[in-house]
Design a protein around this ligand. Structure first.
Ligand SMILES: Nc1ncnc2c1ncn2[C@@H]1O[C@H](COP(=O)(O)OP(=O)(O)OP(=O)(O)O)[C@@H](O)[C@H]1O
Ligand code: SF4
Ligand SMILES: [Mg+2]
Length: 364
């Protein structure tokens, strides 16, 4: 698979705290801190991590919805590589045809005073890409592709359920046929059954329209279901990244292990032996020295872990981890935390995990 986006040393700092005598803010909050990774063309890359770890800021900085502090975001258009981080407004507006974002709350992101037809078609009108019958045809085709009925196009967003509103938001995001979509908690606000429908829609659209996703989510079951690879974020940094099954069943970073132990089982007869990570996530204004995870890590030593920042490095083929001892730690994967299990036939996500577990265990 070729690379669609290459992120190099990307940073986003927010000035915070009181201003000093020279009018400068006293502190910087490093929401995204020296992040480098690649997104492959056609993949769905999951981005997980606890609240405040920097996922939304990374997603927004990546497509330059907010100004990066430094770093490069090289977008492969097929003809050349464009550094999105360096583009100015006019050029950015043009490149945004290629990259779009879908948000958690479709109600807030849709203009309540516009009809669904106008909402979906607005990017084409604003960019003067279609009008008249051609515009109508494009809107109808995209609405149907996203599971909406053409009879619904003259209604307003308030007449729709949460799942349908997200379909409208997706149709609008895809109307200009972008290559890359950042989905920021796009299914988090929906009921579980509706979540599954939207996840399946995103999956179908990916194949149909040749899309690449960065899928930001709290819900690790949804990520397991939807994503090919997963990156784990902690305190503004990527601390682990691997193919989904590998990351879930053979994590190499103690923080990922703790996340895996906390996946809520959908089956009431299954309980998890949750690993409790000591303490709170430190402030990104004053991150710890050495490994940012060391104050909470049960494996931390007083020499390397406290003093030396572990780089994100390839510890086995295509598996990256930012831990000095990634190769020698013996960590548990998601299903090793389940203490009681019963076959579930009505939940696709749990079924998927169980099938994958068997496949992986057979290979080990
Ligand atoms: N505009 C801003 N000004 C100052 N600090 C900000 C701003 N936006 C985000 N932050 C801070 O940056 C850090 C990362 O926030 P971000 O919203 O990216 O996290 P997140 O991983 O998306 O969290 P969640 O899972 O809750 O959505 C947090 O400490 C947050 O308070
Ligand atoms: S480098 Fe040390 S503190 Fe950091 S995750 Fe690894 S063992 Fe824990
Ligand atoms: Mg967020």
């Amino acid at each position: 698979m070729s690379t669609l986006v290459e992120i190099k040393n990307l940073e986003k700092h927010f000035p915070v705290g009181k201003t000093g005598i020279f009018g400068k803010h006293k502190s910087l909050l490093k929401a995204v801190n020296n992040v480098s990774f690649t997104i492959k063309k056609g993949e769905n890359l999951g981005l997980v991590g606890e609240s405040g770890s920097g996922k939304t800021t990374l997603g927004r900085t990546l497509i330059h919805l907010i100004e990066p502090t430094r770093g490069e975001v090289l977008f492969n258009t097929g003809e050349n590589k464009i550094d999105i981080a360096k583009l100015r407004r006019g050029e950015l507006r043009y490149q945004w045809r290629n990259m779009q974002m879908i948000f958690q709350d479709p109600y807030a992101s849709l203009n309540q005073r516009m009809t669904v037809r106008d909402i979906i078609g607005e990017p084409l009108v604003a960019n003067k890409l279609a009008s008249g019958d051609e515009l109508n045809e494009k809107i109808k085709n995209m609405a149907v592709l996203c599971g909406l009925k053409t009879s619904q196009l003259s209604r307003y967003p308030h007449a729709f359920s949460g799942g349908q509103r997200q379909r409208i938001a997706i149709a609008r995001a895809l109307i200009m046929h972008p290559q890359f979509i950042v989905c920021d908690e796009a299914v988090s606000a929906l009921d579980v059954s509706i979540q599954a429908q939207i996840l399946n829609l995103l999956k179908d659209l990916r194949h149909e329209l040749d899309l690449t996703y960065l899928f930001v989510a709290h819900d690790l079951s949804a990520v397991a279901y939807a994503c090919d690879r997963v990156a784990v974020m902690y305190l503004g940094r990527i601390v682990e990244m691997a193919v989904t099954e590998e990351l879930y069943y053979k994590p190499k970073h103690p923080y990922t292990e703790a996340l895996m132990s906390a996946i809520p089982p959908d089956d009431p007869e299954v309980t998890m032996q949750k690993l409790f990570v000591q303490g709170e996530q430190p402030s990104p204004v004053n991150p710890p020295t050495g490994c940012p995870f060391h104050p909470r890590c049960k494996f931390a030593d007083n020499s390397r872990c406290v003093k030396e920042l572990p780089e994100l490095r390839e510890v086995s083929p295509e598996h990256f981890a930012a831990c000095h001892y990634a190769e020698s730690l013996s960590l548990k994967g998601a299903l090793q935390f389940q203490v009681k299990q019963r076959k579930t036939t009505n939940n696709k996500q749990v079924e998927y995990l169980n099938t994958k577990r068997k496949e992986i265990m057979a290979k080990l």
